[in-house]
Every structure is written in structure tokens, then in C-alpha cells.
Ligand binder design. Structure first.
Ligand SMILES: [Zn+2]
Length: 318
């Protein structure tokens, strides 16, 4: 390394003498040089950063943008799922829950509100805290809504199974294939056709030829089959559960035994004229928790004879 040496002219000796610097002068010169080099480094760094940026920082910034984009996509997906769950809830409320007589689920079940900042304390202090809190809040709401919907579907399927079983058991068809030939319904008779005395008639009479097939009007267990000498002659009583019993009186023959399980449409006996009866007919009675109800309330009698047979065919299928 070339070291520059400084000389001074000594007029007394008429010769050049080497100039020796003092320590303080050397220190000042070194400090100035050092300071200048730091200043230059900072300047170059500043210019370079603004012109090109630091590669590592650029990478981090890109990563932040990518995370923000992912958050935004996630938020859109959560919004879409929330709308889907809300549509399901609306459909359940307006159809299934209404039909199955279940209480409505409130439309607004969101958890939002002022509690958010305190609930998501772990998210405070970041550049994008607000965005992260908003997304988490939406996600929490979606989770709550999904849980409520899941419970609702479970409740609906249990209720539907219960109703399906009940519908199979209730006395929902007419017992014989005769249309527009109804006899007396539920009414007070001033003169009983056989006894002559005033008496209530607690069923529906169907005028039909002797030996007409009689069918169970709902699923159940045969509670009685035979003649109890109670005026009904040969009769069948079916216990349908849910408080319902159906009684088929004045039969000529029974086709079932006590304790036998029957389903809707099963052939249980033939009509006749036994017991206190003024002519061939079927006495059909429905009791609910021991009280007599009008059997006509439970079925639509508009089926033609052909339609009735088709229905029996359908019901006889396993
Ligand atoms: Zn009757």
C-alpha cells in the first residue's frame, strides 16, 4: 500500500524534512474518513433500496399480499356457505318444520357484536387485525349455524319417523269397497231400527251385500275377534295405538285372531247381519281414548271402487 509521506522545507538548513503528524490530528482525520464512509454506505443503501428494494423484504411483502388474498377468498367461501345454510333453515322453517308441527328456528342467530374484540384478543396488534377478526367472527357464526342446522335435521328425521309410524297406524281408509251407500252415521236415533227405543249410534254404517270383504283401516293389533253378545254380533276390534281403536260389527266371519298384527288394507273378515241388525251392513266405529269419534273425519270417501281396489293392491305390497 502506498503511504503518502508529507515533507516541509526547513529554511534554516535549506533541506526538506519529513513532517510528523500529531496524534490528535491523526484521530480527527480518521474520524472524518470513517464518518464519510458510513454516510456514503447509508446513501448507497437508500438509493439501492428505492431503486430495486431488498429481495428479502420484497418476498415478505408478496407473502403478506398472498395471505390477504387467501383471507379474502376464505371470507367469500364462508359468506357463500352461510347463505346456503340460511336457505336450508328457511326451507326447513317454511315446509318441514311447519308440516311436522315443530317450532321455527329464529332467522338471526349470529353471534356478532361488541364482544368480538375481547373474544379474539390473540389477534390484536397485527397490521391486518381487523380483517382477521372479521373472518374469524364469520367463521364462528357459520359453525354455530351449521350446528343448529345439523340438530334441526336430526330432530326433523326423528319426528318424520314418528309421524310415518303414526300415519301407518291411524284409521285412514274406509273398511269396505262401497261408495255412496252409507247407512246411518254418528247420530241420535229416536227409534232404533230393531229395538225401537231411542238410542245413540256411535259409528258409520256401510250398506253392503252379505260376505263383502272388510279391511283393516290402519295398522295395529287385533284386540278382539268373535262374538261378545253386546249387540255387535261377530266383531273385530283393532288397537291402532296412539289412543285409537276401530270396531267392525255385524260380521258373518272373521279372518284374524286376537293378538294378530295387521296392516292397513288387510282382509280381516266378511260383512254380515249378526247381532242387533236390521239387515246386511257393516257397522264401523272409531274410538279415540275411549270416546267415540266420527269415522268419516279420517278418510276421503271420493275413491271409486276401482281406485279402492288399486289402493288395496298397493297396500298389500310388502
Ligand atoms: Zn251401526
Amino acid at each position: 500500500m502506498l503511504i503518502r509521506k508529507k515533507y516541509v522545507f526547513d529554511t534554516s538548513n535549506l533541506q526538506f524534512l519529513r513532517h510528523k503528524r500529531k496524534w490528535s490530528e491523526k484521530l480527527i482525520r480518521f474520524s472524518i474518513g470513517f464518518g464519510m464512509s458510513i454516510l456514503l454506505t447509508v446513501c448507497y443503501g437508500f438509493i439501492f433500496h428505492h431503486a430495486f428494494g431488498f429481495p428479502y423484504q420484497e418476498k415478505l411483502e408478496r407473502r403478506v399480499e398472498e395471505i390477504k388474498l387467501n383471507y379474502s377468498l376464505l371470507e367469500r367461501r364462508i359468506d357463500y356457505s352461510s347463505k346456503f345454510v340460511a336457505d336450508l333453515r328457511s326451507s326447513d322453517n317454511n315446509s318441514y318444520r311447519a308440516i311436522l308441527d315443530l317450532p321455527q328456528i329464529p332467522a338471526d342467530i349470529s353471534e356478532g357484536g361488541a364482544g368480538g374484540v375481547f373474544k379474539y384478543g390473540d389477534l390484536t396488534g397485527y397490521v391486518n387485525t381487523e380483517m382477521m377478526m372479521a373472518v374469524r367472527s364469520k367463521f364462528e357464526n357459520l359453525r354455530t349455524e351449521t350446528n343448529i342446522q345439523y340438530n334441526s335435521i336430526t330432530e326433523l328425521s326423528e319426528k318424520a319417523a314418528e309421524w310415518k309410524d303414526m300415519w301407518a297406524h291411524l284409521p285412514y281408509i274406509r273398511p269396505v269397497n262401497v261408495t255412496m251407500r252409507l247407512g246411518d252415521g254418528v247420530k241420535f236415533r229416536e227409534h232404533h231400527p230393531v229395538l225401537g227405543s231411542p238410542r245413540w249410534h256411535f259409528g258409520q254404517d256401510f250398506c253392503c251385500p252379505l260376505g263383502t270383504e272388510v279391511h283393516a283401516t290402519g295398522a295395529g293389533i287385533v284386540y278382539y275377534a268373535g262374538n261378545q253378545n253386546d249387540g255387535f254380533g261377530i266383531k273385530v276390534v283393532i288397537d291402532h295405538g296412539y289412543g285409537y281403536r276401530s270396531i267392525y260389527g255385524h260380521l258373518s266371519k272373521v279372518n284374524v285372531k286376537r293378538g294378530q298384527k295387521v296392516k292397513r288394507g288387510d282382509f280381516i273378515g266378511l260383512s254380515g247381519n249378526t247381532g242387533i241388525s236390521s239387515g246386511p251392513h257393516l257397522h264401523y266405529q272409531v274410538d279415540l281414548f275411549g270416546s267415540h269419534v266420527n269415522p268419516l273425519w279420517y278418510f276421503d270417501d271420493n275413491l271409486s271402487e276401482d281406485e279402492y281396489f288399486k289402493m288395496l293392491d298397493y297396500l298389500s305390497k310388502p
